[in-house]
Design a protein around this ligand. Structure first.
Ligand SMILES: [Zn+2]
Length: 118
């Protein structure tokens, strides 16, 4: 039996605000708004158990506090610029990483997302 979740949109759930059920997996996932204003999709159980406390900004913030490392947030504009370079296929991975100042792992993630959607 599928467990049915009934949450009220625009109310607080865990550390975030619940906005709407996910279109593909409405009983497992929902759209949430982080304290920083970013909207993201995650599983209800992660939010309720507070394993997920933010869109990812808290993790970045903590890492920065611990290591002094500044991690650039990937904005839609930055993602588009990286995808444009990936599509051009003229720059090596290292060049892309250096040009945009993001890690290899994050460029890889963006690349995978791009190829998964195309
Ligand atoms: Zn956030």
């Amino acid at each position: 039996m599928k467990h049915k979740h009934i949450y009220i949109p625009n109310t607080k759930l865990g550390n975030c605000v619940y906005l709407a059920p996910d279109k593909e997996e409405p009983y497992a996932k929902g759209l949430f708004r982080c304290k920083c204003g970013v909207e993201f999709t995650t599983r209800y159980n992660l939010i309720i158990s507070r394993k997920t406390k933010s869109c990812g900004c808290l993790k970045i913030e903590k890492l920065r506090a611990r290591t002094g490392k500044v991690i650039k947030p990937i904005t839609p504009e930055l993602e588009a610029a990286i995808i444009a370079d990936v599509k051009l296929n003229e720059l090596s991975m290292r060049n892309i990483v250096e040009k945009h100042g993001v890690s290899v792992g994050r460029v890889g993630k963006i690349k995978n997302k791009y190829y998964a959607n195309s």
